[in-house]
Write a protein that binds this ligand. Structure first.
Ligand code: SAM
Ligand code: SF4
Length: 323
């Protein structure tokens, strides 16, 4: 087991397998973005497997594949198969925008991915096209039904709540998720990159109180829930999560690190502290040297983000860091 200098056990790695994306969500990526990482700088599957194996040796158990849009990385199920076979890895999940999920759901399930988080901020096709700059709601809904057929569970829907953009749709989204047995999670927008900084966050506290009344929900304790705080139905058949990095941060229980596609290990979503692993990997480092670099990073993990105090601090986009 590995602990940072604040006594937090580090057991979770978010692994960005690409910085590319087929959508341009307004809070995440600029519309005309072209500054993608060169393929020569992407970690190869062998390199990723080696880093994840080293993390597993240090006590990391949970891996989430993310991006950018991870389903754009060719042969992703092969990587998933390799990661889920590593000793010590007990949980492999995927964050996706869902546009390509219909095609890949079966292979992903066969590769050992059990849990899915799918981004969906609206159920209205025109609004979807405005937020993501692509007319692809139908593809996402098809992907969700394919995922349900394959038996993924739970399937979580991540909705970034934006004032005046989609906050009028929260009840409809809750009803949709309850009806389809998806777990809705509402998220406060973070000032990550100029896109996130231009997005006004909406504090979820009042929304939480309203949903509690409207759907007759009670406070829930969900083991392994991470940063989400849940309201649950009295019979436990459904729940709604609230992720509040802005109005009520959860840094004191943060258990994760993020590895970007170019092999940069980010120690906090809201800070610039990092470890460059690619030069180390490509200079023929030993397993001991690699583990030492990871341990140094874990020890240097910052205590908290400063999204409120310094909202202009993080210039890299969420699609690069891996959300
Ligand atoms: N493309 C995949 C997706 O959309 O799920 C995975 C990567 S995306 C960067 C991961 C998550 O980050 C998504 O749920 C997205 O809504 C969230 N996200 C992106 N920018 C954000 C921001 N500025 N504030 C809060 N969440 C953000
Ligand atoms: Fe792409 Fe996900 Fe960012 Fe949207 S949130 S632009 S789907 S990486």
């Amino acid at each position: 087991m590995s602990f940072d200098s604040y006594g937090r056990r580090i057991e979770y790695l978010r692994l960005s397998v690409t910085d590319r994306c087929d959508l341009r969500c307004s809070y995440c990526m600029p519309e005309g973005f072209k500054g993608y990482e060169e393929p020569a700088n992407w970690l190869t599957f062998d390199e990723i497997e080696r880093v994840v194996g080293a993390f597993a040796h240090l006590g990391v158990q949970k891996i989430r594949l993310t991006g950018g849009e991870p389903l754009l990385r060719r042969n992703l199920p092969d990587l998933a198969t390799r990661i889920s076979a590593l000793p010590g890895i007990t949980d492999l999940s995927l964050s996706s925008n869902g546009t390509q999920l219909g095609k890949h759901a079966q292979a992903l399930r066969a590769a050992g991915i059990t849990r899915l988080n799918i981004s969906l901020d609206t159920l209205d096709p025109a609004r979807f096209a405005e937020i993501t700059r692509r007319d692809a709601l139908g593809d996402v809904l098809y992907g969700l039904s394919a995922a349900r057929e394959e038996g993924f569970g739970p399937i979580k829907i991540n909705m970034v709540v934006m004032a005046g953009v989609n906050d009028d749709e929260i009840d409809a989204m809750a009803a949709y998720c309850i009806g389809h047995r998806f777990v809705l999670r509402l998220i406060e927008a973070m000032p990550v990159g100029e896109t996130g900084q231009k997005t006004a966050f909406l504090a979820l506290g009042p929304i939480r109180d309203r949903l509690r009344q409207r759907f007759g929900l009670i406070d829930g304790v969900v083991p392994g829930a991470g940063p989400a705080r849940y309201l649950v139905s009295p019979d436990g058949s459904y729940r709604i999560g609230f992720i509040t990095p802005m109005s009520q941060h959860f840094c004191d229980t943060c258990n994760r690190l993020r590895l970007s596609v170019d092999g940069t290990l980010y120690l906090c979503l809201g800070q610039d502290d990092k470890v460059e692993l690619r030069p180390l990997l490509r200079s023929g480092c030993s397993d001991e040297q690699l583990e030492q670099a990871l341990l140094d990073g874990i020890r240097r993990k910052p205590f908290k983000h400063e999204f409120r105090e310094q909202p202009g601090q993080i210039v890299r986009f969420m699609s690069f860091t891996g959300g």
